[in-house]
Design a protein around this ligand. Structure first.
Ligand code: CUA
Length: 233
């Protein structure tokens, strides 16, 4: 449904998150429509009629209690289904940290009110001279596993990339590790999603998802020691 509303799905797990959202929406819609249908049916069926006296029903008979117990267990059953898929997707996105030989590393630093992105550069390691540091501009390569390390310099922030369906709190004093694999090239929004002071709304950034050629060209252009470290390897 998110796709229908026009928000691109650009990570390997975006569709899985959308699936859980859509499932919850349709289950809720099903119960709402069913409950309203029964409700209006009963109102019309048992409305006031001339010569018919109203009944006082206590709901103590087994045949009456079934109106409560059967929907109750049906709702619980649907809850178990939601829980199963929610935990499955949560595990995939948040608990699990995939590994790949050619994974990219990036440090994401939140502060009042900007994002700093430390790209590992051609050597694939952070805190080396070829790191590429950008403010409010994250460059990644399509179809490549990225491991990010989230840090905050001051208060709580939240690293949100809507096209990835990724949202993760940034907590001062902690390094939070996570991952994503972009699946579509293009330029999209990053937004701080945690109230972090007066400038919170002014804390957007951009993510640029590039093809491997574009990304290599961007790295060569921006890393001052790109050529030296590439030959040293
Ligand atoms: Cu940073 Cu809101």
């Amino acid at each position: 449904m998110m796709e229908m509303l026009g928000l691109v799905a650009a990570s390997s797990y975006a569709q899985h998150i959308d699936f859980v959202f859509n499932m919850i929406f349709w289950i809720t819609a099903f119960w709402l429509l069913l409950a309203e249908f029964v409700f209006f049916y009963l109102i019309l069926r048992f409305r006031k009629k001339a010569g018919v006296k109203g009944q006082y029903i206590t709901g103590e008979l087994a045949s009456e209690k079934r109106w409560i117990t059967i929907p109750h267990f049906a709702v619980l059953l649907f809850d178990v289904v939601i829980l199963f898929f929610a935990v499955k997707v949560w595990y995939e996105v948040k608990q699990n940290l995939p590994q790949a030989a050619d994974q990219q590393l990036v440090r994401v630093i939140g502060q009042q009110w900007a994002w700093t992105f430390v790209h590992a550069g051609p050597d694939g390691k952070l805190d080396t001279p070829d790191d590429i540091i950008k403010v409010n501009e994250l460059h990644v390569q399509v179809d490549k596993l990225h491991i990010f390390q989230l840090e905050s310099k001051d208060v709580l922030h939240d690293f949100s990339v809507p096209v990835f369906r990724l949202k993760q709190d940034v907590i001062p004093g902690r390094v939070i590790t996570g991952w994503f694999t972009p699946t579509k090239t293009g330029e999209y929004d990053i937004q701080c999603a945690e109230i972090c002071g007066i400038g919170h709304a002014l804390m957007p950034a951009r993510i640029v998802i590039e093809s491997s050629d574009q990304h290599a060209a961007w790295m060569a252009e921006n890393s001052t020691v790109a050529v030296a470290s590439a030959t040293a390897r």
